[in-house]
Design a protein. Structure first.
Length: 129
């Protein structure tokens, strides 16, 4: 249970980090840096679509449950946290993603500008290039 909460918390932080990186990139129009030595990981458009949809759903779930948890009695907070984690996992599984696969794709997007741009495009963010 704790591991699931931690994994989903990491996923939520990745969403926020990815969007923060996008905002920072939009503000600083720096010339692109040369390709890094690490090989580029191929992620299918289908998987990027799934991650984008999952991110949007996870954000909605997080906001809804945060409001419920904030307003809940101390006795109900743990139950709501558990329900929220279940809903976050369902947001991933509904898109055919495991928590591990989602986290790996988010990690690639954080480190690979091309993948990040494709994901941000699917999220409706302006192109960062």
């Amino acid at each position: 249970m704790r591991a699931t909460i931690q994994i989903l918390a990491v996923a939520a932080v990745c969403v926020i980090s990815l969007l923060s990186v996008a905002a920072a990139n939009a503000q600083s129009q720096v010339s692109p840096q040369p390709e890094q030595a690490t090989p580029s990981v191929k992620i299918s458009d289908q998987k990027l679509d799934a991650v984008a949809k999952a991110m949007q759903r996870m954000n909605t779930v997080k906001q809804a449950y945060q409001k419920k948890i904030d307003a809940a009695s101390p006795e109900d907070k743990q139950r709501l946290m558990s329900e929220g984690n279940d809903a976050l996992q369902k947001a991933l599984s509904d898109q055919g993603l495991s928590v591990d696969e989602y986290n790996k794709i988010i990690t690639v997007a954080r480190n690979d500008p091309t993948v990040r741009a494709k994901l941000l495009q699917r999220l409706g963010e302006p192109d960062q290039e």
